[in-house]
Design a protein around this ligand. Structure first.
Ligand code: SF4
Length: 144
């Protein structure tokens, strides 16, 4: 199977803070014969590394703590991630949980209080709307 994977889970330092969140278990997916296609929607949307942290707001916009509206970059990144997934023939996506781009099912609430609420990041939602099953890193076992 061809699987779209959040770049930060693959060890690439593309997070807002310049860090990564490497997931050692990804090697098991490779060894099981899956092809991994790296993606970072926020970078694809033109955002730099490092960058100010942002959260999805109740009104659907994405804003940094200082109020800067970065919705356009998030939406562009989501569209480019979908295009990449289609071109590569991805049948599933393994995405970083809780992110305003990659989170699926649970994201931060939008007030920078570290509170998680129901919802999905901009890219994860677009991919799911186009029929790509999304798995957070805690559900990697489902892909094995
Ligand atoms: Fe990781 Fe996704 Fe955030 Fe990029 S947008 S740093 S891949 S969680």
């Amino acid at each position: 199977m061809t699987i779209l994977v959040s770049r930060c889970l693959l060890g690439e330092p593309c997070r807002y803070d310049g860090q990564s969140r490497p997931l050692a278990e990804l090697e098991a997916l490779r060894q099981a014969g899956h092809t991994l296609v790296p993606v970072c929607p926020e970078v694809l949307g033109g955002l730099p590394v490092p960058r100010a942290p942002a959260e999805l707001q109740p009104d659907g916009r994405v804003r940094c703590a200082d109020g800067q509206d970065v919705t356009g970059a998030y939406r562009l990144g989501a569209e480019r991630a979908l295009e990449l997934a289609r071109k590569a023939g991805c049948q599933a996506a393994l995405l970083k949980e809780n992110s305003p781009s990659c989170g699926f099912g649970r994201i931060y609430s939008g007030d920078f209080s570290k509170t998680l609420i129901s919802g999905s990041g901009v890219a994860a939602r677009l991919l799911a709307e186009h029929g790509i099953p999304i798995y957070g890193e805690s559900r990697l076992d489902c892909l094995l």
